[in-house]
Design a protein around this ligand. Structure first.
Ligand code: CP
Length: 298
């Protein structure tokens, strides 16, 4: 049995096979590949895209889905996450999808289950399905010719599980990351880092913009100070027409977007922005992941 905790749980060949399936599922039509299967989702952190796209992916494949509402679950009565998962496992689901703020939690749960665990995001540690859908979007855009393509990952790198998982995955397919952030969101990395987006923009093939995760930073900043900080950030890092001009470049963002802070309204409307294509790809890539992990389960 295989789990998906980080992108390194899948080999490059397994990922290329997933992409073949994702292409077949690209029209998001319903089929019965997972008829009779049951998938449980367990989201301890907020989500729009990941949770709904997993549910839609499962339903498009004919599976049933139980979304455990954490706010009304017995975790509020002191039950541990491990006990919660062991109890859910006793009801014989075919996969458990979990998002939690604790780094490493999904990995620690595999010993409590008889079905695949899929990490839907753990703190700033990993978001493997996001990285896989991001790579799929890039791969399709460049007709598989990803080798040597330069990608700037721009924003709050230090808080971002999307950045962590993409840095694990994209170089395996020949992409060259450059990490762009203000000093306070910088991490030490084997990849080039800079705080000057304008200086490198002409060299880039792809920009992946990230949201600043204020909720993961200290919360004693006054609202007016926070607003000032956001505007200061936007001046240097917002992806605008003025920044990218008419350059042939792919613009990505995992969402949620803070409009005119991360990316301008104008660029979100621009055909170079594939933000909603990423969302659509999220469903077909997750359909491929569910099919692989559930049907190969022994
Ligand atoms: N990209 C992403 O993980 O979005 P959600 O937090 O809405 O799931």
């Amino acid at each position: 049995m295989q789990h998906l905790i980080t992108p390194n749980d899948f080999s490059n060949n397994e990922i290329l096979d997933l992409f073949k399936d994702a292409r077949l599922f690209g029209d998001l039509q319903t089929n019965s590949i997972l008829e009779g299967k049951l998938i449980v989702t367990l989201f301890f952190e907020n989500s729009t895209r990941t949770r709904s796209s997993f549910e839609i992916a499962a339903k498009r494949l004919g599976a049933d889905v139980v979304n455990l509402e954490v706010q009304t679950s017995s975790t509020k009565k002191g039950e541990t996450v491990e006990d919660t998962v062991a109890n859910l496992n006793a009801m014989k689901p075919d996969a458990i999808i979990i998002r939690h703020s604790d780094c490493g939690l999904p990995a620690s749960l595999v010993e409590y289950v008889d079905c695949p665990i899929i990490n839907a995001g753990d703190g700033k540690n990993a978001h493997p399905t996001q990285a896989l859908l991001d790579l799929f979007t890039i791969y399709e855009h460049f007709d598989g010719k990803t080798k040597g393509k330069k990608i700037a990952i721009v924003g709050d790198i230090s808080s971002s599980r999307v950045a962590t998982s993409n840095l694990e995955l994209l170089p395996r397919f020949g992409l060259k990351p450059i990490l762009v952030s203000p000093k306070k969101y910088k991490v030490s990395s084997i990849y080039k880092t800079t705080s000057k987006l304008k200086k490198i923009v002409n060299k880039l093939d792809i920009i992946m913009s990230l949201r600043v995760q204020h909720e993961r930073h200290e919360s004693n900043v006054l609202p007016e100070e926070l607003e000032k900080e956001k505007q200061k950030y936007a001046k240097k890092y917002c992806i605008t027409k003025k920044l990218i001009k008419d350059k042939d470049i792919l613009i990505l963002h995992p969402g949620p977007v803070n409009r005119n802070i991360d990316i301008s309204d104008e660029i979100l409307e621009d055909k170079r922005s594939k933000v909603l294509q990423q969302v659509a790809n999220g469903v077909c890539v997750r359909m491929a992941i569910l099919k692989k992990l559930i049907l190969q389960k022994k």
